[in-house]
Design a protein around this ligand. Structure first.
Ligand code: CA
Ligand code: CA
Length: 295
């Protein structure tokens, strides 16, 4: 099976990056990923600030890109998350000061949490891990986009529904799609409110397939019986509008009458915040998957 080493790091999603691997439509591929610190925080929780100053680490690196044969602009790349294996510990900072949505004074520090048994131990509590992918996407049209910034190409969406068993459709904007991913979290709530998930590295096994002329404009996620449109923008107002309009388009493109699609959305569509801390915010609009196709 094709395996992409975590030494293939990129700081942007861009059609300028030469592919590090090629695969066929329908292939299964393993991506080895780095954590968002690029290894600058050790299992003791200590951050190597000196090394950061010296430029030893890349911020929030993604592994890739992978060229998928046959993927052309206008198609969708379907990525099925077959497995996520993470290392046995994660690290995080605590975003005091001005961090995303909040401004709570405090001293920044990093800590590590070990969860060999599948549970994070914090404040006397034991919380089960729920591994997810923070950064996953394809090359955007036009200029490259930092791996810190989510947008229509995916990227740093920090959506905690991107877990084992999920399937995501991305709009292809460059030949080969150029898939990359990184920034795994052992655990993260909706919002990633204090700036970090429980940051970790690992291996992600995916199956990639090309859907011709799919009409997909935003990352569209299927997981645990739900269909979701994941939308990112500078403001919540814009992200919410984009998510709802895209969900409406999804329903209409699957045969729904426009009025009934609107009414159905009022009855059954739920909005949730994915993250509040990245250069663009991310929300998702969510429906039961079995309602998407009209009878
Ligand atoms: Ca992230
Ligand atoms: Ca992260």
């Amino acid at each position: 099976m094709l395996r992409i080493s975590r030494s293939n790091k990129i700081p942007t999603f861009s059609s300028e990056h030469p592919p590090v691997a090629h695969c066929q439509d329908g292939d299964t591929v393993i991506f080895e990923t780095n954590d968002c610190f690029d290894g600058a925080v050790g299992p003791d929780g200590v951050r190597d600030w000196e090394g950061k100053k010296l430029g030893k680490y890349m911020g929030n690196p993604a592994t890739g890109p992978l060229y998928v044969e046959g993927a052309e602009p206008g198609d969708a790349l379907c990525v099925e998350i077959l497995d996520i294996q993470i290392r046995s510990w994660g690290a995080m900072g605590c975003g005091f000061g001005e961090a995303g949505f909040i401004n709570i004074p405090g001293e920044y520090e990093t800590r590590a949490f070990h969860y060999d048994d599948g549970f994070v131990k914090i404040g006397g509590k034991q919380i089960p891990i729920n591994p997810m992918i923070g950064v996953i996407g394809v090359a955007p049209a036009g200029e490259g986009i930092s791996t810190y910034t989510p947008d229509a190409h995916g990227g740093n969406m920090d959506c905690n529904r991107i877990v084992k068993g999920a399937k995501i459709l991305f709009p292809v904007a460059a030949p080969g799609a150029l898939l990359a991913m990184g920034d795994l979290h052992a655990l993260m709530g909706d919002g990633e409110v204090f700036q970090y998930g429980l940051e970790t590295s690992g291996e992600v096994t995916v199956r990639v397939s090309v859907i011709k002329n799919a009409g997909v404009k935003q990352p569209t996620l299927y997981q645990a019986g739900k269909a979701m449109v994941v939308a990112s923008a500078k403001t919540y107002d814009d992200a919410i509008r984009l998510a709802l309009e895209s969900m409406f388009d999804l329903l209409v493109s699957h045969g729904w009458d426009r009025t009934e699609a609107g009414m159905l959305m009022s009855m059954k569509c739920s909005l949730a915040i994915c993250q509040t801390v990245d250069p663009q915010v991310t929300v998702r609009a969510m429906m039961d998957e079995d309602l998407i196709v009209a009878e």
